[in-house]
Every structure is written in C-alpha cells, then in structure tokens.
Design a protein around this ligand. Structure first.
Ligand code: PLP
Length: 385
C-alpha cells in the first residue's frame, strides 16, 4: 500500500507490511541474514549485499515509520541514543546544537561527555521560551533539538514557532517525538526537519526491544543517514525491526487507551492531598494546556508528580504492585520511575536542580491495564507517604 491518503491506523498496519510475495505470508518475514547470495560478480539480487547496509525487514520498517510521521524516508538504529548519535554524525567539528534544557538525561550525557571531545558545541536553553531559543542560535548552529513534551517535567515547546525562527537562520529543527508518537503529534506537519524516536517506547509498545529512528524530510538527509548506518554500524537488527513492525500495527489502538487512562490517572493524582504538584499537559492547570490542545491531538500517558521528598518517593515506590518500578515508558504495562536516580541521574545534583528535577518527583507511564486497577494501586502506594 503506497497511498499517502490512507488513514493513520491503516498505514500502521499496511505500509511496509504488505504480504510477502513468494508465499503470501501476512506476517513480515524476519530476514535473519548477514549476507546475500549474488548470482554474478557485481550483481546482487534486488540490491542487497550485506545486512549492515540494508536488510528487507529493516527496509519495511523504515517505510512504515516514514509514512506515519509524514516524512519521505526514515533510518532506524540500535537504540534511541544511537539515533541521536547518528544525527550528530552528520555534523563536523565546530558545529553547534541548541538543545532543550530539559531532555532525556542520556542526551546531555552524550553531548557533554562524548561529543564535546569531537569539537561539537552545545547550548542548553528553555525552548518553551521562544526569545531565548532565538538568542541561542549562532552562526555555527546546525540544529535546534527539541523534546516536547519534555522528560520528565512535561514542558511543551511550540514546534511551529521554533521552526519558523530556526528556518529564518537556515537551521534545521529536530524533534524528539517519543512521548507523543505520531498518533498524537506530527512535528513534520508543524515544520520540523527531522523527527527522532526512541522506538523502544510507544512505537514498539511492549517493552521487549530497543531501537531508534530518524524520520527525514529530504533525500539528502536520508542518503547521509544511510551512509552513517553503513559506516558507523549502529543499525537496528532484523528481529528488532520486526518487533516494531508487529507492535506498530496496534499503535493507534494503544495510544487511544493510553490517553484515555492517562487523563483519568492525571485527574486522580491531581486530587491527592499528599502530592504537591502534578505535571500533565491535559490538566487545565498545566501552564501550556492551550498549546497542548493546539499542537497535539491527545495528551498521552506520561504524568509526573511531586511527592515532596526522596523519602516519600521511596515509600510509595516500594508499595506499587500493578505498576512496575523500572526505567523506560510507553509499554502496555504501567511503568513508574524516579527521574532523579534513574533517567536523569547522569545530570548530577546541580544539573537536575537547574531544570527543576527534584528528588521527590515520580514519573508514571500509564499502561493499558484496567484503569481502576492502576488507580487502586497508586492509591494504596500514595497512602504510604
Ligand atoms: C524521550 C526519550 N528520547 C530518547 C531516549 C533514548 O532512547 P533509548 O533508550 O532507546 O536509547 C529516551 C530513553 O528513555 C527517551 O525517553
């Protein structure tokens, strides 16, 4: 199925997921091969030579994800961080990235502890502040890198406005769309030049594989990233590609339920006297609730709340039973985590304090279990505070 006009759910299920020609297999085959037999010297069949360069299962996933995000192509990598790293591999010494100050903690770790050693430069800025974002752009800036909503504080950045500002200065905008998935937010329609995902999260949806993707809007980006796949080698395996193709078939269904339950859980949390604050763009009290309604078509499953102290966070997290205490998000199972000691530990105490990540914060990724069970579990866990 090639028609761009097909609906989102249809494209989830059919683009790149066409029955296999030889046998009619409805499930996409996993081409578990490192190499391909060639009939004659210099004549690989269908262009496949070696699986670091290309693989039919991976190709199918790349077509599928490009379609869902409205890009022209996509390239998949071994993890979300491998995708961030691939994006930076397109730069050269002396290039500069403006990055949202509150992003997944692994991103500043890669930038500050690895890539600065290769001469790349970074400025962190609150990208919800358009003036500050514009001021941070320099002559050598190549990307504005935005995560929206941010992890874990659920702050939004205005993708359309940032794209306008950046494009005036010939700078590309890359949006990490992991939290929303293309079901709820389409950064390319809003002006972004590339979209990044940790496919580990909602796209896979079952917490059983790691991966990352960069969705491209130009042929040049896609060609350069294909060259990075081949040269650097941090590609997604055929099996992981298949897992995501399988998971993405139910993306629309899952996201609807994540959002419905997310709203109910956020409402419940916002009424808990023992909690100090709840961060969820779907709550009218969220300072960017209007922007959320404008740029997203749902509010999703990620909610962060303030328990008041590390001790309180520890007490409640010890009590959860339906919710699984662990890193990550976006699975069918409800995952609950502690940003200060987990996802954002690498920022250090000062780094976390600078962007408002306290020791009492807890983040929940609401799964698709019965929402009454999730709430009952949270209720008994919060009572331990
Ligand atoms: C928003 C976001 N982007 C990127 C990443 C990195 O992805 P991965 O863990 O697949 O390398 C994460 C991981 O938690 C994330 O939450």
């Amino acid at each position: 199925m090639k028609k761009k006009s097909a609906g989102f759910s249809t494209r989830c299920i059919h683009v790149g997921q066409e029955p296999e020609k030889l046998t009619g297999s409805v499930g996409v085959p996993i081409y578990a091969t490192s190499t391909y037999a060639q009939d004659e010297l210099g004549k690989p069949r269908l262009g496949y030579e070696y699986s670091r360069v290309s693989n039919p299962t991976r190709d199918r996933l790349e077509r599928n994800l490009a379609s869902l995000e409205g890009g022209i192509d996509s390239k998949v990598f071994a993890s979300g961080m491998a995708a961030v790293s691939a994006m930076c591999s397109l730069l050269k010494r002396g290039d500069h990235i403006v990055c949202s100050s509150n992003v997944y903690g692994g991103v500043p770790r890669l930038f500050n502890q690895v890539l600065v050693n290769f001469g790349l430069e970074f400025t962190y800025v609150d990208t919800s502040n358009l003036k500050a974002t514009e001021r941070a752009i320099r002559k050598n800036t190549r990307y504005v890198y935005v995560e929206t909503p941010t992890n874990p504080l659920m702050t939004l950045s205005d993708i359309a406005a940032i794209s306008k500002i950046a494009h005036k200065k010939n700078v590309e905008v890359v949006v990490d769309n992991t939290f929303m998935s293309p079901y709820f937010q389409k950064p390319i329609e809003l002006g972004a030049d590339m979209v990044l995902h940790s496919t580990t999260k909602f796209l896979n949806g079952h917490s059983d594989g790691l991966g990352g993707v960069l969705v491209c809007t130009t042929k040049e980006q896609a060609e350069k990233l294909a060259f990075i796949q081949k040269s650097v080698g941090a590609i997604m395996s055929p099996f992981e590609s298949w897992l995501i193709l399988r998971g993405v078939k139910t993306l629309a269904l899952r996201m609807k339920q994540h959002d419905e339950s997310g709203r109910i859980v956020a409402d419940f949390l916002s009424k808990q006297k023992k909690l100090k604050k709840v961060f969820y763009p779907g709550l009218p009290s969220h300072p960017q609730h209007e922007l959320a309604k404008q740029q997203m078509t749902g509010f999703g499953a990620l909610i962060t709340f303030e328990t008041g102290s590390l001790e309180n966070a520890k007490k409640m997290l010890k009590r959860v039973r339906v919710c699984t205490l662990g890193e990550s998000l976006g699975g069918v199972e409800t995952l609950i985590s502690h940003p200060a000691t987990m996802t954002h530990a690498a920022l250090g105490e000062k780094g976390r304090a600078a962007i408002g990540i306290t020791d009492g914060l807890v983040r929940i990724s609401v799964g698709v279990e019965d929402v009454e069970d999730i709430i009952a579990d949270l209720e008994q866990a919060i009572s331990a505070i």
